[in-house]
Design a protein around this ligand. Structure first.
Ligand SMILES: [Zn+2]
Length: 163
């Protein structure tokens, strides 16, 4: 399981942005973009009906593995965390989770895609960039004790409370 995730990630072409597309027939979002929608292809309803769709980069960790064996040439320290991130738009992304200790990564951790240097190649120093994920909230261990991230409105407060 862990090995297959790592191999998939290494063999997937690096993307400079999170530009996917969306089937205008069934509204399914794809990343990387597709030219035929599996959901609609039986009836050929999706042919020529795709529109560009930019993913927000938000998501949460769906599963992850801690990698101790670095891919050659990649600019990353081991161990590092490789995760499948489920996006609210639908697609599941694969990428490294950074700026958090491996032991703090958990299923459901909210993350956001950021663009980082992935590797340098050859004497010319060709630099490849791609997305990595960083936690969107402070880890519980660094949050000040007794401080709640979203305090409820005081009793009797006026205005519209947001659910
Ligand atoms: Zn479709």
């Amino acid at each position: 399981m862990a090995t297959s995730i790592a191999r998939y990630w290494r063999e997937t072409p690096r993307r400079y942005n999170l530009g996917g597309n969306r089937c205008q027939n069934c509204r399914t979002v794809y990343f990387p973009p597709r030219s035929v929608c599996p959901s609609c292809s039986v009836h050929r309803q999706s042919l020529g009906k795709f529109e560009p769709f930019q993913l927000s980069g938000e998501g949460e960790v769906h599963s992850f593995t801690v990698v101790h064996d670095p891919a050659e040439g990649f600019d990353m320290q081991v161990p590092y965390v490789l995760a499948l991130v489920r996006t609210p738009e639908g697609p599941t992304l694969t990428g490294q989770v950074v700026d958090v200790a491996p032991e703090e990564v958990r299923i459901g951790l909210p993350v956001r895609a950021t663009f980082r240097k992935l590797r340098e190649e050859g004497p010319a120093g060709v630099i490849h960039y791609g997305y990595k994920f960083t936690p969107t909230g402070a880890p519980a261990s660094v949050r000040p004790a007794g401080v709640r991230p979203d305090p409820p409105p005081a009793p009797g407060a006026t205005g519209t409370a947001r659910a």
